[in-house]
Design a protein around this ligand. Structure first.
Ligand code: AKB
Length: 319
């Protein structure tokens, strides 16, 4: 029987991945885990939960052994902006955590999903239609950990027989748990501020173009990749995937279709702007389309409508 462990389950992705996995495989088949207690985050209580620090190999081994885990979605990581503030902590968690989880996956014959990111690219990467295989010289510690993670997962697949798979995720937009410390977080916050205050001050400049995706597509991509026929996967640990290319200006234009007097202004954060400037404008995701039939379902208009439908009932104007 499939038994799934999700690390970082109370984070932006984990808090939407766990319910979808439980919907598909049953609540008892999915063990949510996080270094935060679930009561503190206020979710994740519809099935088993374990307190887990992924940098402690004995804790990981104990959870995997006790629950008979067969698949791990390893979501615990620091995002780009917060990693720049704490580079040592970012290395410890993003690499130290992954290394230990990989080792436990090897010892217990688990399949492993590990998310990479557009952050694995850098200023010398071709920025438009960024190829699947290309120059990767990121200038952020987040990017350094993402490239190293892609390579380490390749190594574990090639030499140690672990079924590792992964995606280079773009910025993710969701109405569930808020993102924490990313460069693409503006694309979530803008919806909250638009509903509450009809205005938003953006920390990236109006023309900063980045790949983005709506969370339901990202969750489906992760689950579909893990179910894909291994014989078809040539790029198993780092598939480019994208759904839309957004600038703050373009997103503001879409928001004005729902809130006509919405106003955006700009107060640029040099750290996050430099990170965004070093990332691609648009990735080529044809390898994912060819090797496991990836296709996004949400474009900008569909995503924005769904965000407003969900958030408008939860948020009060001028809260
Ligand atoms: C971030 O902004 O750090 C993340 C990412 C693109 O990896 N959302």
């Amino acid at each position: 029987m499939k038994k799934i462990l999700v690390t970082g389950a109370l984070g932006q992705i984990g808090s939407e991945l766990v319910p979808e996995l439980r919907r598909r495989f049953g609540a008892e088949a999915v063990i949510a885990s996080d270094i935060r207690r679930r009561a503190a985050a206020g979710n994740g209580d519809d099935g088993p939960f374990e307190f887990l620090d992924c940098t402690r190999i004995r804790q990981v081994q104990d959870v995997v052994r006790r629950h008979g885990i067969t698949t791990i979605y390893h979501m615990a990581a620091l995002l780009s902006a917060v990693a720049e503030e704490k580079p040592q902590a970012a290395w410890d968690l993003n690499m130290g955590g992954l290394y230990r989880v990989l080792e436990v996956a090897r010892q217990h014959d688990c399949a492993l999903f590990s998310p990479s990111s557009i952050g694995a690219f850098g200023p010398t990467t071709p920025p438009d239609h960024t190829p699947q295989v290309t120059i990767q010289r990121p200038t952020t510690i987040y990017g350094v950990t993402k490239v190293a993670a892609e390579l380490l997962c390749d190594y574990y697949a090639l030499h140690l027989g672990v079924d590792t798979r992964g995606l280079r995720l773009p910025g993710l937009i969701s109405h569930g748990a808020p993102p924490g410390g990313g460069t693409t977080d503006y694309a979530v916050d803008i919806f909250h501020q638009a509903i509450r205050h009809r205005r938003y001050t953006c920390f990236l400049g109006p023309g900063s173009c980045l790949d983005m995706m709506y969370m339901p597509d990202a969750i489906r991509a992760m689950i579909e990749l893990m179910a894909a026929d291994p014989g078809r996967l040539k790029h198993r640990n780092a598939f480019n995937v994208t759904a839309m290319q957004l600038t703050p200006e373009r997103l503001a234009g879409e928001i004005r279709k729902h809130i006509p007097d919405f106003v955006i202004d700009y107060d640029i954060d040099p750290v996050r702007q430099a990170i965004a400037d070093s990332w691609p404008n648009s990735m080529d995701d044809s390898a994912a389309r060819e090797e496991w039939d990836w296709a996004p379902r949400y474009d900008l208009a569909a995503m924005a409508k769904d965000m407003f439908d969900n958030l408008s009932t939860r948020l009060n104007p001028s809260d």
